[in-house]
Design a protein around this ligand. Structure first.
Ligand code: AMP
Ligand code: MG
Length: 344
């Protein structure tokens, strides 16, 4: 199929492309659009055929549920059973990069939720995403707009590379601000369990509710046959073609390890900005300044895509800290590396 590509500035919410994209959604089609986290591949959340098309276009297993995107937090009422804590979280973090798992209402077909009785709800802050949802007049179900197994797309170019010819339209709104997918929480009583870390950190959640648990699958490998709280956790994600190894240790020994192996192996090195001048390898990727976890988050997925393009035999990167925004980076990298960590 021919994919329409609309190039918009992030604030061009009155652009005719939004109206056209909304019409495509209303007639059952698929549109990829920018959000503040990563690009989403949207279909109407009340349309089970659209959900089927999303799974097919991505090559995603249909038991891995989709997040539904709403224009304002109160719109959750149409699709889910809300509660007091939902509104407390919404007041603090919505619109923004937080997804809350709630009990599903029948307006959302099971095809969207991978057969679950719960539904993941998020209210994005990106102006184009919000304008599109409003114009569509219904929630938009949208997973990340990448082919299943490749890194989430953080620019229109990434989406075009993965999905051109497979969906009806792509709104290219430039680079995503955050670059990692939303934080996902499940409400349990007066507390939450963190299922996927993102830009809303565990510390930030603790300011709103006292009881914040971190699901073990955020940092640890699932044991065989273990049923994860979030079905997506069982899939190997974001895997670069060459094996990825995470280097754990103080900065100096890690840099000297990178220095030594760059001569010995056909490797790709993902390192901090400050380290690039010490490495002579042509396959060096700058992920951002040491300590600037926001910049590293924003660059991570395009770094993994670049690593693939460089065709190395092995990829090395720093093991991120597990604190603050570091936990989100850690979670994505540890899974991309299939938990391969080398202490140096
Ligand atoms: P993506 O759309 O690629 O960001 O992936 C969505 C993530 O949300 C997946 O990891 C899903 O497992 C998770 N998710 C969506 N709906 C639910 C739900 N009802 N319960 C638990 N996790 C969910
Ligand atoms: Mg995804």
């Amino acid at each position: 199929m021919e994919t329409k590509i609309f190039k918009l500035l992030p604030n061009e919410t009155k652009h005719f492309a939004i109206a056209e994209a909304a019409e495509i959604l209303k007639s059952g089609g698929l549109v990829a659009f920018p959000t503040e986290t990563v690009y989403g591949l949207g279909g109407l959340a009340t349309d089970s055929d659209a959900a089927g098309k999303i799974y097919a276009a991505k090559g995603r297993p249909s038991d891995n549920p989709l997040i539904i995107h709403i224009a304002v937090p109160e719109d959750a009422e149409r699709y889910a059973y809300t509660n007091e804590l939902y509104y407390k979280l919404a007041k603090a973090f919505m619109p923004g990069p937080l997804t809350v798992i709630l009990k599903r209402k029948d307006t959302v077909p099971k095809a969207v939720t991978g057969g679950l009785d719960t539904v993941a709800v998020r209210c994005p802050s990106h102006p184009i995403a919000r304008a599109l949802i409003k114009r569509a007049g219904d929630a938009i179900a949208a997973p990340s707009a990448n082919l299943s197994g490749s890194p989430s797309p953080t620019s229109g170019g990434h989406v075009i590379a993965d999905l051109s010819g497979r969906i009806d339209a792509i709104i290219d709104g430039g680079e995503c601000d955050i670059g990692l997918e939303s934080t996902i929480v499940m409400i349990e009583g007066d507390g939450v369990t963190l299922l996927r870390p993102g830009a809303i950190t565990a510390d930030a959640l603790e300011c709103i509710c006292e009881n914040v648990k971190i699901a073990p699958a955020v940092t640890e490998a699932l044991s065989e046959n273990e049923k994860p709280l979030s079905p997506g956790m069982k899939y190997r994600h974001y895997a670069p073609k060459a094996p990825l190894v995470l280097l754990e240790g103080d900065d100096e020994p890690v840099l000297s390890y990178m220095y030594r192996c760059q001569n010995a192996e056909r490797c790709v090195i993902i390192c901090y900005s400050e380290e690039t001048e010490y490495l002579r390898n042509e396959r060096v990727i700058d992920i951002g300044a040491r300590g600037d976890l926001e910049a590293q988050a924003k660059n991570l997925f395009s770094a993994l895509r670049k690593a693939d393009e460089m065709n190395g035999e092995i990829v090395y990167a720093h093991l991120p800290p597990k604190e603050g925004m570091g936990l989100a980076l850690y979670n994505r990298l540890i899974r991309a590396a299939a938990h391969t960590v080398l202490k140096v």
